[in-house]
Design a protein around this ligand. Structure first.
Ligand code: XMP
Length: 503
């Protein structure tokens, strides 16, 4: 495995992804001490970017002993500067910061740059830079404003790049990761089939004969988590599906129909009223997320008391949920209900999250390995807090009905039009009311926003281009058929700067 030591940079999760795209297992950790690093037995270490300055006193640096482990180390941006500082080089503020696409020229022979074009475009984002390389290092790449854009001590396999090879804008980035994986001598044998087999074995060992409750939403993540657990502990698993009243139209019945056919204990809880009461008057998105997250747990605790002696709660938390809820020093984007949204006290021995380190497309692959039906594996994601975060402002029964009906029309028309490439699409209820005219009367009603995105990892996404004809049909059906709506808008923003959901 390759260990990524995280210093809080924006693109750190992509580093793990790039390594895994080379079939090498990779974990991201923050502020690990040497004992823990040794225990992980990494074959290589990557030091990530981060917002700090290595010359400030309170800045987080990797333990100096990692440079004695005799494993290849790649420092990226802040990680490159940390390597320079620790090994005796000099880092200072740059007179010109570089941000964005920048031409990089390879100026020295390097295994890290094997088969990389001599001149190519790379993504830069820094205000400090390395002014002098440590002893034993040679400069291997430069840009106009950054003479030490890459440096290395090839004999010790220490590599440092000021630019970000993990970002797609760095044209040769994938080759650089592939070269690093080779330098580390990794076997490239990490496959989803081995992940599934290993995870089932680990779960069996951990849980033994204990009883397990799985929070099932009917979405891909929790279904795959349930699949893994069902293989590991059989009938000691009970899946609980909480209908929080914030599901899509007819969804509760559909999920129940699918899982009733599976060989597992399945319980459905109708908790719509209960969630609605808790959400009354709440408009702040993070509050809503935390309320929904906590209420989920309370319902599970109650069910577990009824079943008796439940030790573990399983959740389908995946890696983007973990990262966007704030990993180490990265900023919190949203508290995903099953991570940052968890209350402080949870009445289970442990929460088990077998997918915690997987990206969405990897989870789908795991689902296929487990033999889950393709229509389930390919379901578009639906967030745990459900329509609660697709209704901007206060959640009311009336608004839930509006967004459910509008969303159902949107889905129906996308299906009829045979559009199959969308990663995720839905209707959201903006809190905006505006003036319209219907029949001969004035209306003052809500605007529905339609969203459709294309993405593979849900960390970044682009707005999909849906044909005007289809949008026209959807818009006209929504304003005609859904009471309380007189305007339909299409969201053209990508992520970043927007997010996929509205809250
Ligand atoms: P955002 O809005 O953060 O969404 O760009 C990225 C992906 O994550 C889903 N999402 C969630 N999934 N619990 C979940 O299980 C959550 O709290 C949550 N919030 C967002 C979202 O639907 C999209 O696929």
């Amino acid at each position: 495995m390759i260990l990524v030591l995280d210093f809080g940079g924006q693109y750190n999760q992509l580093i793990a992804r790039r390594v895994r795209e080379n079939n090498v297992y990779c974990e991201v950790h923050t502020a690990l001490d040497m004992e823990k690093i040794r225990a992980l037995k990494p074959e290589g270490i990557i030091l990530t970017g981060g917002p700090q300055s290595v010359y400030k006193e309170d800045s987080l640096l990797p333990p100096i002993e990692i440079f004695n482990l005799n494993v290849p180390i790649l420092g990226i941006c802040y990680g490159a500067q940390a390597m320079a500082k620790i090994l005796g080089g000099e880092v200072n503020p740059a007179s010109v910061s570089e941000y964005g696409k920048t031409e990089v020229e390879i100026v020295g022979a390097s295994k890290l740059f094997a088969n990389v074009e001599k001149k190519s475009v790379a993504w830069m984002s820094h205000t400090d830079r390395i002014f002098s390389a440590p002893e034993g290092f040679v400069v291997t790449a430069s840009t106009k404003n950054c003479p030490i854009a890459a440096m290395e001590d090839g004999t010790k396999n220490f590599y440092a790049v000021q630019f970000h090879p993990e970002v797609v804008h760095t044209v040769e980035g994938m080759k650089i990761f592939s070269n690093f994986v080779d330098i580390c001598g990794c076997k490239r044998d990490w496959k989803m089939s081995s992940f599934v087999v290993d995870t089932i074995a680990k779960l069996k060992k951990k849980i033994g004969g204990g009883k397990v409750l799985c929070a099932l939403s009917g979405g891909v993540d929790s279904s795959v988590a349930a699949g893994l657990l069902s293989k590991a502990v059989g009938k000691n698993l009970t899946c609980v599906f909480v209908d929080h009243g914030l599901l899509r139209k007819n969804e509760a019945a559909e999920v129940e129909a699918v899982f009733k056919n599976f060989d597992l204990n399945f319980i459905k809880i109708d908790a719509g009223e209960r969630f609605l009461n808790k959400l009354r008057g709440v408009i702040e998105p993070e509050r809503k997320r935390k309320i929904i997250g906590e209420e989920f747990i309370r319902v599970f605790e109650e069910v577990s008391k009824k079943i008796g002696a439940v030790d573990y709660l399983v959740q389908g938390t995946i890696y983007p949920d973990v990262i966007e809820s704030g990993l180490g020093k990265s900023a919190v984007i949203k508290s995903h209900h099953n991570v940052g949204g968890l209350p402080d006290f949870v009445d289970f021995k442990e929460i088990v999250e077998p997918l915690r380190l997987l990206f969405k497309d990897e989870v789908r692959q795991a689902g296929r390995e487990l033999g889950l039906p393709e229509n389930l594996v390919n379901r578009q994601p639906f967030p745990g807090p459900g329509l609660g975060i697709r209704i901007i402002g206060e959640v009311t029964a009336e608004k839930i009905k509006i967004v459910q009906d509008a969303d159902a029309i949107y889905r129906e028309e996308i299906f009829k039009a045979g559009i199959k490439n969308l990663s995720q699409y839905f209707a959201a209820l903006t809190n905006m009311r505006s003036v319209g005219v219907m029949g001969d009367g004035r209306t003052y009603d809500y605007a529905i926003a339609l969203r459709a995105v294309l993405t593979s990892d849900f960390m970044t996404a682009e707005a999909a281009q849906i044909s005007w004809e289809v949008l026209n049909v959807v818009a006209s059906r929504i304003v005609n058929e859904v009471k309380g709506v007189n305007r339909v808008l299409y969201d053209c923003t990508s992520k970043p700067p927007a997010t996929i959901e509205f809250e």
